[in-house]
Ligand binder design. Sequence first.
Ligand code: PLP
Length: 376
Amino acid sequence: MEFKGFNTRAIHVGQKPDKTTGAVVPPIYLTSTYDQNQVDELKYFYSRGENPTRFSLEETIASLDNAKYALAFSSGQAAGLAAMSFLKPGDRILSVDDVYGGTYNLFKSQREEKNVEFEFIDMTKPDNLHEAIKSDVRLIWIETPTNPLLKIIDIEAVCKIARSRNIKVLVDNTFLTSYLQNPLELGADFVLYSTTKYFSGHLDVIGGALVFNDDETYEKLKFYQTTAGAVPSPFDSWILSRGLKTLGLRMDKHVENALSIADFLEKSPKVEKVIYPGLKSHPQYELAKKQMRKPGGIISFYYKGDIAAFMKNLELFSCAVSLGGVNSLIECPALMTHRPIPREERLRQGISDSLIRLSVGIEDIDDLIKDLENHL
Ligand code: PLP
């Protein structure tokens, strides 16, 4: 039987009960190597290349994007580097202009080590790509919603332009997850996840994944994954598989809470402007509604008061980088996640020192709003 529902797939695909004991939850295969004389059919040799717990995780992740392949990595950054392994000296990446600071560092490292150039484009107007695409462009890198300004990029429109010029498109879908957006179905070639975030959901593991459909890409990336060796451990893979089982439930609650908080912040005199794709005031509200199943759990806003005191005094929102966990988090991108981006570039984009990003958790909404109300 084919499992259609997202939650059914998250719980059952790649997670069949153990054949030898009947254990409903598959065991963690904590082994680095395999005795070749114990099995009739050789499938596993060495855990850098093959591990049943990681394979289970990869099967689930692929299924959640209705994709043929997923490869798991030891972090989102390792997954990003793997995607860039296709690039050759002289190639160029076109990227959304407010990209995650760590991705910016990856681009810089590619420039320094491999002579791969990168360029930031305002992709909220996909037509900007026509002028930006020159013969050296090999990869278009999208985050949508972008981080931290939550701009929405029309994935389908970008992919159409890219396809006509034979350029690959990667969508970093960390903010929405496969529950709320499926970029491959909109024409993307790769989807990247920092599985550290919503996939794990509990702020207790670092991981990454690449999801795609192309067979040749699989051969190359599988070879890269095994050779570079930046794979998640069996224990991390297992923890991630457990997290995935409640992804749909958690995302629904993140969104429900975020909608209430965005509404509350929009009414506060201490807040200059709220950015959240679920608010009618968001400039791309209609596109968000069309492209995303729901508006996600991240809110950004410009605060009028003393940011340091506000972030310090809150009791439920931990002042911490990262996002996508059951606990609510607060951060100031200019001082924290986006510090690697030069200040002038940040300011040009609108990432000022008064911008705050919330990762809304799944605590009770009345408590979250009370905490904000007490300290704004
Ligand atoms: N992509 C996005 C959108 C992120 O927010 C992050 C990390 O914060 C990454 C990629 C990198 O992932 P990781 O920290 O798992 O290496």
